[in-house]
Structures are given as structure tokens and as C-alpha cells.
Design a protein around this ligand. Structure first.
Ligand SMILES: *[C@@H]1O[C@H](CO)[C@@H](O)[C@H](O)[C@H]1NC(C)=O
Ligand SMILES: *[C@@H]1O[C@H](CO)[C@@H](O)[C@H](O)[C@H]1NC(C)=O
Ligand SMILES: *[C@@H]1O[C@H](CO)[C@@H](O)[C@H](O)[C@H]1NC(C)=O
Ligand SMILES: *[C@@H]1O[C@H](CO)[C@@H](O)[C@H](O)[C@H]1NC(C)=O
Ligand SMILES: *[C@@H]1O[C@H](CO)[C@@H](O)[C@H](O)[C@H]1NC(C)=O
Length: 350
């Protein structure tokens, strides 16, 4: 049985490693970060950032986009040149929270959430101004754009995630209950980061106030907690990234100053970076807000109150052989076998 599971996991892993680095669920990153953007001191020069919140790495071009909240601008940093000088690609009239970059025929298009002006702005490549896109989005935080250009937005003060279709110019609530907050499975305390698993349409949402990550299956009326069920695991989760193949989640745990990895079905996570608490040294963070991976699997984190973006090199990408992932799979299989045996015995007895 165990050999069979090992075989399956190796086959799955190798199948997907054709185009880019597939991150193993047992990968390790150097816990000492390197500053990629920002000087560590808040400011508005091209080298500086002021409260960076959302980040996004455009994998094709290897360009880092940073929502430079305090400076009301979107900065880009060319990761090929390791240039620490930012380039302003969007000058805004309101503070940006999160940023999502999509590909259009003329180049990368930027979507920006503006929580203080309750909408999303779309900046096409090379534009000198943005246009509001979709419906109003109250205290708008997380954004996602899928392959059909549907726009998902986390409306934090209306406790819901909506999906807006450019074809119909209509929005539908896909997670949460409009204007109803709470900690029941159908509600949010405050939806923040979102991630859409486009293979099956599941929506992952960090529920910042309830310290949990909720998964809403496509067309579902209610969510389920996939990380943080005991309330003590997180303190202000603000971003979730999901590996579409393994369903492994990476969660920015803002007030705990760390990024955690939760394997699918796990009841606890492990800390991948940010093991040294709050501070400004290279192994510390101060109010991390968002994270992303580049095409080589290196991890980037916006370190808001240190006014910088940190990069952590992928140093071990071995597949999970004797790992926690395997033991979880193995355990659940054993429980199933045990359960069938008990059922069989019961059937015999009665
Ligand atoms: C981690 O990064 C630090 C600083 O760049 C470096 O000195 C150290 O050798 C790296 N460790 C590993 C295991 O790569
Ligand atoms: C948009 O939604 C409204 C109600 O939510 C519905 O009446 C209308 O038909 C929809 N329009 C389109 C083009 O789907
Ligand atoms: C889309 O709908 C909004 C209202 O929900 C309306 O103000 C806007 O004019 C519509 N846009 C188009 C192109 O129909
Ligand atoms: C809903 O939000 C309000 C305002 O933030 C808060 O006072 C209240 O306790 C929340 N209710 C629940 C059930 O979480
Ligand atoms: C980094 O932290 C140390 C110790 O708290 C502090 O003295 C120093 O000023 C900080 N540096 C910056 C750039 O904020």
C-alpha cells in the first residue's frame, strides 16, 4: 500500500514539471530573506516603498508588481536585472490594496483594488490612467481574474466575495452572505485574500477576523474551514495561495509575522518563513501582507511595516517521500481500511 502511494505521488509530480518549477509540498526555502524592493525606510523615491500591501509576480516576464499603499502607486521591479529601482506603472488617486496582473493581447493588464474608493481599477498595458471595472466593491481587498476574465473581489465591509462577468456585466455572490457577518460556515467576519482553484472552481478566502481559511466549492451555499479551525492557528490571515495540483495552501499570517504551509486535509500548518518573530532583520517580518512565487519557486513576501519586499530562495524541492503529506494520505487510507474491516465484522456479528 505504502509503495503504491509513493509511486502515485512521484508520477503526479513528474507529470507536471514540464514548463516551470512545480513546488513540492515538502519544499524548503532559505529562512534568511533578501530584500528585493524597498530600502527598509518608508519613502517615495524610486528605490523606496511605503507600506507595500499586495504583490504579484508576472511569471512570463519575471516582473514583480507592488501595491505601494502609502505612495498611491503601483511599482514594478524587474527580477531579471535584480534592479532595486522601481518603475511606476500606475499613479492612483486612492491607496491600492491588492494587485492582480492578467495577460491581454497588448501586454499585461493590471487590476487594482482601492478599498477607500470602493472599486477596482483596470490599467491596460502602457495606459496613463485606469478605468473602473465591474461593480462597486465596498472596502475592496482580494482580487482574482480567471481565464474567462471574470473578476472575483472580496468586499470586506459587505462580507462577501462577488464574481463579475464582463460578458453579462453582472455580479453574483459566490461566497458569504451579503451584509451578514459572523463565524458560521456560510459567513465571513472579514474576507481578505482570495485564490481561485481554476481546475474545479473552488474559491479560497482568508477570513481575517475569524482566523481561518474558508473554501467555497463552486455554486456552494456555504464554506468549509480548510485551515485554522481551532482559532489559535492564525492571527489575521491576509493572503492564501493554493497549489492547484496538490491543494497545498500557503497562508500569510499577518500578526504572527510568518508564512505558513498547510497541506490539504491537515489540522495544523508548518511555518516556512518568519520563524524569528517581529522585527527588521533578514529572518524577521513586520506585518507581512501578501506573498507570491516566481517561476523558479522562490517565495516573495511584502513586509509592510519594514517597507520592503523580501525574497526567500527555494533551497530544497525534493518530492514528499517519507513526509507529512504521505503520512496524512497513509493515515486516511488506513482509517478507511479499518473502517471497512469494522463494518465487515459488524455485518458478520449481527
Ligand atoms: C541562506 O541565505 C543566506 C543569506 O543570503 C546565506 O548566507 C546562506 O548560506 C543561505 N543558506 C542556504 C542553506 O542556502
Ligand atoms: C443580471 O442580473 C439580473 C438580476 O440579478 C437579471 O435580471 C439580468 O437578467 C442579468 N443580466 C444578464 C445579462 O445576465
Ligand atoms: C454595467 O452595469 C452597470 C450597473 O450595474 C451600469 O452602470 C453600466 O453602465 C453597465 N455597463 C454596460 C457596458 O452596460
Ligand atoms: C459583525 O460586525 C460588527 C461590526 O464590526 C460587530 O460589532 C459584530 O460583533 C459582528 N457580528 C458577528 C456575529 O461577528
Ligand atoms: C531595525 O530595528 C532596530 C531594533 O529594533 C532599530 O534600532 C532600527 O532603527 C530598525 N531599523 C530601521 C531601518 O527601522
Amino acid at each position: 500500500m505504502q509503495f503504491f502511494i509513493i509511486y502515485i505521488s512521484i508520477v503526479l509530480c513528474y507529470f507536471s514539471c514540464i514548463e516551470c518549477v512545480k513546488i513540492s509540498s515538502c519544499a524548503k526555502w532559505n529562512r534568511t530573506g533578501v530584500t528585493i524592493a524597498g530600502t527598509g525606510v518608508a519613502g517615495s523615491s524610486a528605490e523606496q516603498l511605503h507600506d507595500p500591501t499586495g504583490i504579484f509576480i508576472h511569471k512570463k516576464t519575471n516582473i514583480l508588481y507592488v501595491a505601494d499603499y502609502g505612495n498611491k502607486r503601483i511599482q514594478t521591479f524587474d527580477l531579471n536585472k535584480l534592479s532595486t529601482t522601481g518603475n511606476t506603472v500606475a499613479s492612483l488617486t486612492s491607496n491600492p490594496h491588492k494587485v492582480f496582473v492578467d495577460d491581454d493581447s497588448n501586454g499585461p493588464t493590471i487590476y487594482i483594488s482601492l478599498p477607500l474608493s470602493d472599486h477596482i481599477e483596470k490599467w491596460v498595458y502602457g495606459a496613463t490612467s485606469g478605468v473602473p471595472i465591474g461593480d462597486a466593491c465596498f472596502s475592496c481587498l482580494g482580487i482574482w481574474v480567471d481565464k474567462e476574465k471574470n473578476l472575483y473581489t472580496a468586499e470586506s465591509s459587505r462580507f462577501r466575495v462577488r464574481k463579475w462577468s464582463p460578458q453579462t456585466n453582472n455580479s453574483t455572490v459566490v461566497a458569504g452572505r451579503t451584509d451578514l457577518n459572523g463565524s458560521t460556515p456560510d459567513r465571513f467576519g472579514l474576507p481578505d485574500g482570495i485564490s481561485v482553484d481554476e481546475t474545479i472552481g473552488d474559491i479560497y478566502v482568508t477570513d481575517y477576523i475569524n482566523n481561518r481559511v474558508q473554501k467555497w466549492a463552486k455554486d456552494s451555499e456555504t464554506g468549509m474551514t480548510v485551515a485554522g479551525s481551532d482559532f489559535t492557528s492564525f492571527s489575521g490571515p491576509s493572503c492564501v495561495m493554493v497549489d492547484e495540483e496538490t491543494k497545498t495552501m500557503y497562508i500569510v499570517d499577518r500578526h504572527n509575522e510568518r508564512v505558513q504551509r498547510w497541506l490539504a486535509g491537515a489540522s495544523s500548518g508548518d511555518t516556512v518563513v518568519g520563524v524569528a518573530g517581529r522585527g527588521n532583520s533578514s529572518d524577521q517580518l513586520n506585518e507581512p501582507r501578501h506573498a507570491d512565487f516566481d517561476s523558479k519557486g522562490n517565495l516573495y513576501v511584502s513586509d509592510a511595516w519594514n517597507h520592503r519586499v523580501q525574497m526567500y530562495t527555494l533551497i530544497d524541492n525534493e518530492p514528499c517521500r517519507t513526509s507529512a503529506a504521505l503520512s496524512i494520505m497513509f493515515k486516511s487510507t488506513m482509517i478507511q481500511i479499518l473502517f471497512s474491516m469494522v463494518t465487515l465484522i459488524m455485518a458478520k456479528v449481527f
